[in-house]
Design a protein around this ligand. Sequence first.
Ligand code: GLU
Length: 543
Amino acid sequence: MDYKKLADLLYPNVDKTIEDYEKMYPERNLSEDAIVARFAPSPTGRMHMGNLFASFIPETFAHQTNGIFILRIEDTDDKRAIENGEDLKAYKYRIDEDPINGGSYGPYIQSQRKDIYSAFGKYLVSIGRAYPCFCSEEEISQIREIQTEKKDRIGYYGKYAKCRDLTYEEIEEKIKNGNPWVLRLKSNGDFNKKIVFKDLIKGTIEIPENDIDHVLIKSDGIPPYAFAHVVDDHLMRITHVTRDDSYISSVPYHLEIWESFGFKVPKYAHISPLNKKEGETVRKLSKRKDPEAAVSFYNERGIPEEAVKLYFATLLNSNFEEWYNQNPNSDIKEFKFTFDKMSKAGSLFDIEKLINISKTYFSRLKASNLYDKTLEYLNTYDKDFYELLKNNKEYTISVLNIEREVPRPRKDISCYSDVKKEISFMFDELFNKDNYKTLEIKKFYKPEILEDYFENVYNKEDEKQDWFNKIKEFSVKYNFCPDNKEYKLNPDKYLGNVSDICELIRVMVTGRIMSPDLYEILKLLSKESINKRINLFKEFLNN
Ligand code: GLU
C-alpha cells in the first residue's frame, strides 16, 4: 500500500509536517544534566495534597538541575475548569512555562494542540504505523463480548483488528461515504514477549509487550492520553516524565508509540501514591475521606506552604529530615534530591509528622518575619487579633522573640492559628479572670506574696541571675525552701520551694502552669498590667 497516499487521503488539510514542528520546538539550550519536567494534571478542579506532592517532585528536580518546570493541562478527556494552576502558585512553585504565562513550547493546554496531533497522526500513517478504523461502538462491543465468551484477552488486536488490513480502495470508499473513523496504532508487539525498561524509582521492570492497536486519535481529532503525552513530551523536550505509578502497565504501549516515531524516549519515574494508615490497613490518601488531604485544611489553620513542602521533601528523600535538622541555616534548595532515594512502595502521609516539621520551621523564623506572616494570615482569618497585633508592632515582635533567635529556639507554634493560643495572654485586652479558670488552686497561691514581691523585690532592670537570686532570698520570708535538695528531704517543713514561688508568679501573670521564659515575660509586661493581673488573680482565688 502507498502509505503516503493514504496519509493524504485521511488528512488532506494537514500541510505541516513533523519536521516543521521539530523546527518550531527545537532542542532546548540547556546543560546536559538539566531536567525538563512537567506536571500534567487533568483539570479536575482544586488540588489536593496528592497533586501538590506529585508536582513538588518535577519542580524540585527541574530547578535543582537548572532545568525547566512546565505546567500542562491535559483536558482531552475532561473539560472542567482550569484551576490547578492557582494552588501551585499559592504554594509558590516556580513554574517556568504554563497556559497563562506561556512559553516557547506551547500551547500548554492539550485541547489547543489538535493541529499538532493531526500532523503527528498523519506522519504515522505515512510510514505505515497507523491506520484508520471504521468500527462502530456496537462492533467494538461485539468484539468484547466474543472475547469475554472465549476467555480471550480484551482489545483490538490480531485477528480481532478488523480494519487493520483494509485496502486503500476500501478505505477510500468509506471516507467518500463520510464514515467516521479513529486512528489506530498498527502494533508490532508480541504479547508473549517481554519488554524490559528502567524506571528511575521502581528499578527494572519486565512486562509483556503491547500488541493492541489502541486508538491514537479519536474521530473528533482529539487524542487520548497516551498519544497526546508522547507528542507533547517530545515537542516540549521533556527529559523526565514523573507520573502516577498506575501508568506502569501502559508503558509498553507508550514505548511503542515513542519507538514508532523514532524519538528519544524520556526517562520515566513512576511515583507511588501517598498512603494513609487506618488502623492496621494502609490505603491511598483520599480527597473524600481525609480532611488533611485538602489544601483548605492547611490554609485555614495557617500551616504554611513552606512547612508542607519541607514535609514533602522528607517524603521525597528519607535522608532529607536528618539534613534539615542538622542544618538550621541552610535552604532546602541546598539539599540534593535523587530519584533512587524515593519510596518504591509509597509513603505514608502522617499529619503529626508534618506538624512537627512545621514546628521546627516556625522555630527558625525571625520574630519580625513571623510577625509579618502572622499578620497576613490573621488579616483573612481573625480580624480582631489582626488589629491588635497591627497596633502593637514592636511589643508583639518582642513577645514573639521570647526564646527565639537563640541556639535552641522554642517549638510551640506549628501554624499561624497557634500564635494566638501562645501569645494572647501577653495582651491585657485579652486577659481576664477566665485565663485562670483551668488552674487547680494550690495552698501556696497567696496574693499577698505576689503583692509583696512586686511591691518590694521585683526590679525590671535586674539581670536574669540577680532576678532569680532575689526570688530565692525572698522565698525564705514566706517559708519556701530556697534549696531543692533540702526541700526534698523535709517537704513538710515548708510551704513549697523556690520553683513554687516561680510557679505562683507564673500562673498569676500568664494563667498557665507552663509558659515561655518567665524572666522575659516579666520584662515585657508593664507595671499596670502586672497590678491588673494581681487583682484578677485575687478575684479568682476569692470565688
Ligand atoms: N493527565 C494525567 C493525569 O492527570 C497526567 C499523567 C502524566 O503526568 O503523564 O493522570
